[in-house]
Structures are given as structure tokens and as C-alpha cells.
Design a binder for this molecule. Structure first.
Ligand SMILES: [Fe+2]
Ligand SMILES: [Fe+2]
Length: 149
């Protein structure tokens, strides 16, 4: 958690992230805890890749992980159904991220937009985007296992 605070404290402290604690996600989780779990999973993938000499920008992975699902906050008012939410929340998350992370670059915006691949047509194009995409899936599986165990 120390490295997540180091890289993402401003995001964790933002009003939108606080709201994310109240948004149910994957039945028994919420958007905030899922996002922290995604950051933890992302860091684990980064460390594993480093053993193979593949360097990934961990700061970018942590920050995009914390931001990637903020477009889900208030989902019942924003989207007509789960399918629409699934398709549209990555772009909304990217737009919200621009308000929280002043100076966010295109690589990070693109990573957030592509985190639902292959369910969405935005394909991850950088290492960090691919790590975010995989970390989100790993965290989602953990959330769902929590539900059934
Ligand atoms: Fe998502
Ligand atoms: Fe997610």
C-alpha cells in the first residue's frame, strides 16, 4: 500500500475516489477497493515482468489503476444497462481522470480507455496499458471469488 500512496495519494484523496467507496462493484466489492486491488495486481505483474528484463512504468500503472473505473461511479444514473456501462465507462473514466490528474498524458488516457479489451474495441498499445488490462481482470476475478467463498 505504501507505493500506491506514494504514486497515487492525490487520487486516493480526491472526492471522486471517496464516492467510489460507495459504488458497489462485482457484487460484494466497491469501485475504490477494486481499483486499489487492480493497482496491487498491476505492481505484481510489473515485478514479474522485471525478472524477464521488461521494464514497465509502475507509477503510470498505479495511477491508471486507481482511475480506470471512476466512470462507473453513479452507473445506475449514467447507463441504461450493464452492457452500455461495460462499453462506455472506460471513456468516461478517462474524462474524469483528466479532471483529477492535471497534465495526464495521452499514454495514460489511452491505457484507461483500453482496460476493457477485448470486450471493447480500444486495444492496449503500450506495456502499461496491457498490464492495466491484465491487472483489472485479475482483480475482477478476486472480487468475484470473494463473492462465492
Ligand atoms: Fe472497468
Ligand atoms: Fe476494473
Amino acid at each position: 500500500m505504501r507505493i500506491i500512496r506514494k504514486y497515487g495519494n492525490d487520487i486516493l484523496a480526491s472526492d471522486k475516489f471517496k464516492d467510489a467507496r460507495k459504488q458497489i462493484h462485482h457484487y460484494k466489492s466497491n469501485v475504490a477497493s477494486h481499483s486499489v486491488l487492480t493497482a496491487i495486481s498491476g505492481l505484481r505483474i510489473c515485478h514479474a515482468l522485471r525478472k524477464f528484463g521488461i521494464k514497465v512504468d509502475m507509477r503510470r500503472v498505479v495511477r491508471t489503476a486507481l482511475l480506470h473505473d471512476l466512470g462507473m461511479v453513479g452507473r445506475d444514473d449514467l447507463y441504461r444497462n450493464s452492457y452500455e456501462c461495460c462499453l462506455r465507462h472506460p471513456v468516461n473514466s478517462a474524462n474524469i481522470s483528466k479532471q483529477i490528474w492535471k497534465g495526464i498524458d495521452e499514454k495514460s488516457v489511452a491505457a484507461i480507455k483500453s482496460h476493457m479489451w477485448p470486450l471493447s474495441l480500444h486495444v492496449p498499445k503500450t506495456r502499461e496499458a496491457f498490464v492495466l488490462c491484465m491487472a483489472d481482470k485479475a482483480a475482477s476475478i478476486k472480487d468475484l471469488i470473494k463473492k462465492t467463498l
